[in-house]
Every structure is written in C-alpha cells, then in structure tokens.
Design a protein around this ligand. Structure first.
Ligand SMILES: [Zn+2]
Length: 141
C-alpha cells in the first residue's frame, strides 16, 4: 500500500466511522446552513448528506414525478447504506420558489413525502422540518 493514501470510510472500523444524517430539502441556499447546523446539533452527527431539488416535497408527496423521485431515492440509499445515516429529515420552507404554495399545503406535502419515504423500508428515524421566515428550523410533529 502506498504511503499517505487518503483514508476512505472503508478504511475505518464501522464503530469509529463519522456519523451521518440525511436531509431531503429544497435547493434554496437560504436553508442549507440552518438545516445542517440543526441536524449536527440535534443528532450529534459529523456530516449531513444533502439531497436537494427545487421543492422536493411536491414530487415525493404522491410520487408525482417518477424520475425525480427515483434520483432522490438513489441518493438516500447511498446515504443510508454506505454512510450508515440513522436519520432522514424531510423539510419544507418559507418562500419556496420551487414549490410556491402556502405553508399549510407544504405541511401536507411533507406528510405525504414521509409516507412515501417510509415505504422505502429503511429502519431509520424520519423527521419533518419547517424552515420559517427567520430561517429557523422547526420540528414538525
Ligand atoms: Zn424552496
């Protein structure tokens, strides 16, 4: 083996690997840092795999665009299986250009999105988040 070879996750025993969380969120640049910070604090993870689309919940709710849903699903799989993420956060946010519907509708879409993500069968925690007009992350119950 070459000296100074960069270390990959596979070089690290499973118990000592960094911890990951998974975020399915909008591509909106205003929400990434708040979600990242929230998930790192709340779940004591080192990294967050961020899966973005413009308003992904509008696709996941009711599985309305197969191609988009499949690409999200593929990325979730990498995060869960390879990075061993233990939590998936599904979020919506204030002033979403990719999904310009009101908060009430978005909250329904988040519910529907979580229902779909659950059918993917991963034994991980799935949480619902709302990023409000002050870019604060709220946990939805
Ligand atoms: Zn958005």
């Amino acid at each position: 083996m070459k000296k100074n070879k960069p270390i990959t996750l596979n070089d690290i025993p499973v118990s000592k690997r960094p911890k990951f969380a998974t975020s399915i969120s909008c591509m909106d640049g205003r929400i990434q840092a708040p979600i990242l910070h929230f998930l790192k604090e709340k779940f004591k993870v080192n990294y967050v795999d961020i899966i973005t689309e413009p308003g992904p919940i509008k696709y996941l709710d009711g599985n309305i665009n197969h191609a988009v849903v499949e690409t999200i699903k593929k990325r979730v799989k990498i995060s869960i299986v390879t990075h061993r993420s233990k939590v998936i956060a599904v979020s919506g946010h204030f002033d979403c250009a990719g999904n310009p519907v009101n908060k009430k509708k978005q909250l329904k879409q988040i519910e529907g999105s979580v229902r779909l993500v659950k059918t993917w069968g991963y034994k991980v925690k799935i949480i619902k988040l709302w990023v409000d007009e002050n870019w604060q992350v709220r946990v939805l119950t």
